[in-house]
Design a protein around this ligand. Structure first.
Ligand code: ADP
Ligand code: MG
Ligand code: MG
Length: 883
């Protein structure tokens, strides 16, 4: 078996298409090498080795060592140095790389191959002892931390003490002797911590690091990241071993990270940061503040530190050429890591760059306009769920704001919330339904859960490519990073900016689009949905076959959903209308009436109110289909609770309060979710559904007369389990229609259908379809009744179920395809076996979840219906499902 793939010098064994085997980093290093870009030579140990390693009790395949040695020999030849050689040592980095990028999850070791002898060789060869000792101490620090498990703060502490003794502030003030002293101190520290000397043998170091990378696949924070991003455990990671190039050789050397376009706005401008005389992670670690890549960005930020374009114009030009080449080749925005060694550019990584939804849209639309990609590809480039970021409010520019401090606009969007300094605390408060802003000096992978729970993230240190910024953009959380004037003291629960204190629990607002941080809450505005958004959605609509409707109960929701492109209402819940204003008294009067006459009197009051609601909704929808569900919830939801509520209802009915209370307690149910609700109400109190049907037909006729639109109401009967229930209720609706049409001397077309939300209904769909013109799968209740868990009580254990992998995801968020989905499939097939043209849709929360939308497309439903803000997400997801 080939376990090891080589790359370098304009050639490679692998290519970009081999991500599964080589990991993302290895595959792209191979591709860049083949493209003739300057890539330090190296080798990739495949993900199959990772799998083998864990499947065989942490043993490597027998041939691995020889294959690695052969590949190293090739690197040695290319570089002209020898691994472990005292006079002319080859140094390497050992880098992890899974199939998809997992920022900051896996640890990298740089400068491997250094020891007490080779450091002297490196110093002599480079004529730069400071560089050699700086590299050695970095190596000891990283290797001890990553491979040997000696925490890095030990070493940082030693550096701080040394700087204090010497009376300097910055790492750059330390010279060769300082780093030499520190390197020895580091080694001693590691020996003290472990009781064993720091490994001096280069090959022992190499295998130690390789094993640490494979081992890190199973550390906690990598697992958390995989869970959050649905990355399977089985994928494993590859390991890359690559010749070192040095950005820390002096003032003509540098290291940096860059995007070929602005990842925040999507503007077609290079975006990046670099540091002179620095190595690897220095740029993202927030130890020194990085400088801008381009002059334009530097000036826009009113920064005075020279940009790379200004300080290294030659190298910058080479870099810009590489950017263009990579974009043309990959046809996507790239996220790049590079190092400059003595004025020579080296590429260390490229991958598709993470971007905000706004940037994703803009980049997709512009690349399609430039002919770099086609419309379909553009549609596939934008993640549906990420659209959410664009549909949410931004700060009202005219609202007063009390500016506290400024940082970098690291991830756009605005958020207000309680100040929290700790990620665990953020998670706890978010669970309580509170909005929080996580405020940290800087974030690390240990903060992922807190960032996820927070509405926004604020950091005092770190640039646009810091951990906080990258992760926040990926998650769609607004983020302000590197607010340099902020002093955060998490232990004391307070942060200070120029003498002004903000305490834990105070409310602040951050604007991730401008970098502003405000004290208190600031008013927000609705987003603009024209331009790139409209264009991409137009393409999506062209390619999708699934229709998208909305769940809307009020004229207000209906209007919003229309703006978002809803093609009808899939679920209009009539009961929400019952709570408005004084209506509830009439509703209670109806429920608590002693007899039919009493109920009818109350219903007569409700009829005109319902009719006017429906008229308004039909008008907004201009002839688009509207599915109205007849009364569904258990009656106790409408019961009076307070004394004065009882008094109001008692006087409306004309009985005394005590009698009313007796009647109310008669109606009590132990399990209302499975109780007297849905069509069972229609069966026992047919006059309720008759009133609702009448209101619908009268409203439809009135609107047709007034506007000339065609109105075809779809009347939906909930919680049906048997054909008989539906047939009986349908007869009532048809009779009401007939009566209304006769009175008005006018007809409208209408449909009568049912929700499929009980397993029995799905199983008996062939019978039920005889009485139905359409089915709408009510996947919220269908999930409750199929799995037998109540949505309102599942919070207590569902998290645990997801953590323990019993459910891959919360089944109320993304449809349980194997169980609930199977019933949907059965219901659809059996229903259509009776009526080939049976209209099918879903109206649970799942209608706005991209994976569930794809499922609905695949089982052949006609439409999904979701809440207004999810309509664009569903439109895009439906298009992607069709492509
Ligand atoms: P991550 O996946 O966390 O980004 P990387 O493997 O990309 O980890 O390495 C981290 C940093 O180390 C990168 O920023 C890169 O610039 C630097 N680095 C890695 N390999 C080399 C190398 N061979 N020479 C110089 N710098 C390197
Ligand atoms: Mg890293
Ligand atoms: Mg990297």
């Amino acid at each position: 078996t080939k376990w090891v793939y080589s790359f370098g010098d304009g050639a490679a064994d692998g290519s970009a298409s081999m991500k599964n085997l080589l990991g993302g980093k290895g595959a792209n290093l191979a591709e860049m090498a083949s493209l003739g870009l300057p890539v330090p030579p190296g080798l990739t140990i495949t993900t199959e080795v990772c799998t083998y390693y864990y499947a065989n009790g942490r043993e490597y395949p027998a041939e691995l060592n020889d294959q690695v040695e052969a590949a190293i020999a090739a690197i040695e030849k290319s570089v002209g140095a020898v691994f472990g050689d005292a006079d002319n040592p080859l140094l390497v980095s050992v880098r992890s790389g899974a199939r998809v990028s997992m920022p900051g999850m896996m640890d990298t070791v740089l400068n491997l191959g250094l020891n007490d002898e080779t450091v002297e060789g490196l110093a002599a060869n480079s004529e730069n002892p400071r560089f050699a000792w700086d590299s050695y101490r970095r190596f000891i620090q990283m290797y001890s931390d990553v491979v040997l498990g000696v925490d890095h703060y030990h070493f940082e502490e030693l550096i701080e003490i040394h700087k204090e003794e010497k009376g300097v502030d910055l790492d750059t003030d330390l010279d060769a002797d300082d780093w030499k002293t520190l390197a020895h101190a580091f080694k001693a520290k590691t020996e003290e911590e472990l009781g064993e000397p720091f490994p001096q043998d280069a090959r022992e170091q190499l295998w130690g690091a390789i094993t640490a990378v494979f081992g890190s696949w199973h550390i906690e924070r990598a697992k958390v990241y995989r869970k959050l991003n649905n990355i399977p455990e089985e994928w494993g990671t590859a390991v890359n071993v690559q010749a070192m190039v040095f950005g820390n050789m002096g003032d003509t050397s540098a290291t940096g990270v860059a995007f070929t376009r602005d990842p925040s706005t999507g503007e077609n401008e290079y975006y990046g940061e670099y540091l002179i005389n620095a190595q690897g992670e220095d740029v993202v670690a927030g130890i020194r503040t990085p400088q801008y890549l381009t002059k334009r960005a530097r000036i826009a930020a009113e920064n005075t530190a020279p940009s790379m374009e200004e300080s290294m114009p030659e190298v910058f030009k080479q870099l810009a050429d590489v950017f263009d080449k990579l974009e043309k080749h990959y046809r996507d925005m790239q996220d790049i890591e590079f190092t400059v060694q003595h004025g020579k550019l080296w590429m260390l990584q490229t991958r598709s760059g993470k971007r905000t939804a706004k940037a994703a849209l803009k980049i997709a639309v512009e690349m399609a306009a430039d002919g770099l990609i086609d419309e379909k590809t553009a549609v596939l480039r934008v993640e549906p769920a990420a659209l959410d970021q664009l549909l949410h409010p931004t700060l009202d520019p005219d609202a007063p704001r009390d500016i506290y401090t400024r940082g970098l606009p690291a991830s756009p969007g605005a958020a207000s919330g309680f100040v929290v300094f700790d990620s665990d605390e953020a998670e706890i408060m978010a669970k309580d339904g509170k909005s929080v802003i996580l405020c940290r000096v800087e974030t690390s992978p240990e903060d992922i859960h807190g960032m996820h729970a927070a509405k926004g993230i604020l950091t005092a240190r770190g640039g646009m490519t810091s951990h906080a910024a990258v992760v926040a953009r990926g998650m769609g959380r607004p983020c302000v990073s590197g607010a340099g004037q902020l002093r955060i003291d998490g232990k004391e629960g307070v942060m200070t900016c120029m003498g002004r204190e903000v305490k834990e629990g105070d409310i602040i607002t951050i604007d991730g689009s401008t970098g502003e941080v405000m004290v208190g809450e600031v008013k927000t505005l609705q987003p603009e949905l024209s331009g790139d958004f409209a264009k991409l959605m137009g393409w999506a609509d062209k390619y999708r076959t699934l229709k998208v409707r909305t769940n809307a109960d009020t004229p207000n929701d209906t209007a919003t959903a229309r703006e978002f492109g809803a093609e009808g209402i899939g679920l209009c819940r009539t009961e929400h209308m019952f709570f408005e204003g004084e209506r509830i008294i009439a509703v209670r009067q109806m429920i608590l009436a002693e007899d039919l006459a009493g109920r009818k009197a109350a219903l007569a009051k409700l009829l005109p109110m319902q009719r006017s609601d429906f008229e308004e909704i039909f008008k907004i929808m201009h002839g688009l289909p509207v599915t109205i569900r007849l009364l569904d919830p258990p009656l106790h939801e409408f019961m009076p609770r307070e004394e004065d509520e009882f008094a109001d209802v008692a006087s409306a009915i004309g009985i005394d309060v005590a009698a009313l209370k007796r009647r109310a307690s008669d109606l009590h149910e132990f399990n209302p979710m499975l109780g007297h609700r849905g069509c069972r109400l229609g069966i026992t109190y047919p006059e309720i559904y008759e009133m609702q049907a009448r209101a619908i037909f009268e409203a439809a006729i009135a609107v047709v007369e007034e506007t000339g639109d065609t109105v075809v109401p779809e009347i939906m009967i909930p919680l049906v389990a048997t054909e008989k229930e539906l047939a009986m209720l349908r007869e009532r609706v048809d009779a009401t229609a007939k009566a209304v049409f006769k009175e008005k001397g006018k007809k409208v077309d209408y449909l009568v259908g049912t929700m499929i939300e009980l397993p029995r209904a799905a199983l008996r769909a062939a019978d039920i379809a005889k009485a139905a013109d359409f089915f709408s799968f009510g996947t919220n209740d269908l999930t409750q009744t199929t799995i037998g868990i109540s949505r309102d009580d599942a919070g207590r254990f569902l998290d645990e179920y997801v953590k323990k992998d019993i459910f891959a995801q919360d089944p109320f968020v993304s449809i349980d395809q194997e169980g609930v989905g199977e019933l949907v499939k059965i219901g659809a097939e059996r229903g259509r076996s009776t009526k080939a043209d049976l209209k099918l849709g879903i109206c649970g929360e799942h209608g706005g979840d991209p994976a569930s939308v794809e499922f609905c497309h695949n089982v052949g439903l006609d439409y999904v219906s979701c809440s207004p803000f999810r309509v664009p997400i569903a439109r895009l997801a439906a298009a992607q499902a069709a492509l």
